[in-house]
Design a protein around this ligand. Structure first.
Ligand SMILES: [Zn+2]
Length: 96
């Protein structure tokens, strides 16, 4: 039997993908909004394509605020952007 792969939906573009193809953003119980690279942070989570365009769309359309049921502070958005950018760089390196 093949293992069942969990499918999650991007909060920005609504595309459904395998869980590990998406980035998880979490609002922790203390109210911080974090990028959860390992999928281990507890709290309310939302999934976004590993694409900075989807991140921006999710924040600007407030889809991420709705999914996490909180406002996304500018500093948290800046930090998420930085981590998405780094991730994109890593992905590029992997292709070479
Ligand atoms: Zn997306």
């Amino acid at each position: 039997m093949p293992k069942k792969i969990p499918i999650r939906q991007c909060a920005a573009c609504r595309e459904k993908k395998e869980k590990f193809a998406l980035a998880r953003v979490v609002r922790t119980p203390s109210g911080e909004v974090l990028y959860d690279a390992k999928g281990k942070v507890s709290g309310r989570g939302a999934y976004i394509c590993k694409d900075i365009k989807c991140l921006e769309k999710a924040v600007k359309s407030r889809a991420l605020s709705r999914a996490l049921e909180c406002d996304i502070p500018d500093e948290a958005f800046a930090e998420l952007r930085r981590q998405f950018e780094e991730q994109e760089k890593e992905a590029d390196d992997g292709q070479n």
